[in-house]
Ligand binder design. Structure first.
Ligand SMILES: *[C@@H]1O[C@H](CO)[C@@H](O)[C@H](O)[C@H]1NC(C)=O
Length: 166
């Protein structure tokens, strides 16, 4: 499988050289994922969460051995809180992660202490299967205060809010 893939890449490269195919598209990967507003300050999505548009996110890739940053790209989420970043496939094998830069929402811009605000992604093309999209885990900003209905909603979800008994 890996060997066949290598041949396919060589063939694609050769076709690129002679201009037989348009090469940019096929060598690009799309890193994408959601950013939401955590109105219950629990670090996961609830029915009271909403999509965060205009949130600025950054994709950073590093060489696994040297830790040198090889790629930095920023973008913003769309109306539905979704971002997409196009990446050259030569960042496969590197360590890449998406992190939050700035919330576009004045009511929802808090970073919960002690929580992870990065989503690690793998650009590695395992099995030689060409799949353009790479989905990153969801990222979130929180509101300053919890929404008044959080306790009720979290109980309905089967989880208690961390400060329920305080
Ligand atoms: C990481 O850096 C080393 C040293 O510069 C280089 O030999 C290696 O090819 C790099 N790895 C990747 C995946 O680019």
């Amino acid at each position: 499988m890996a060997k066949n893939y290598g041949v396919a890449v060589l063939l694609a490269a050769a076709l690129c050289l002679v201009g037989a195919v348009y090469c940019h598209d096929q060598e690009r990967l799309v890193v994408e994922g959601p950013v939401f507003c955590d109105t219950c300050r629990v670090d996961f999505m609830t029915p009271l969460s909403y999509d965060l548009k205009d949130a600025k996110v950054k994709l950073e890739c590093r060489n696994r051995t040297t830790n040198v940053v090889t790629l930095t790209m920023e973008t913003k989420t769309d109306e539905s809180g979704w971002y997409k970043i196009e990446v050259d496939s030569d960042h496969e094998e590197e360590l890449c992660e998406v992190s939050l830069v700035e919330s576009g929402d004045p009511k929802c811009g808090e970073l919960l202490k002690g929580m992870v605000h990065k989503a690690r992604i793998s650009l590695t093309n395992r099995n030689g299967i060409t799949q353009a999209a790479r989905f990153a885990g969801s990222l979130s900003y929180a509101t300053k205060e919890s929404h008044a209905n959080c306790a009720k909603v979290l109980l309905e979800m089967g989880v208690l809010p961390p400060d329920f008994y305080n």
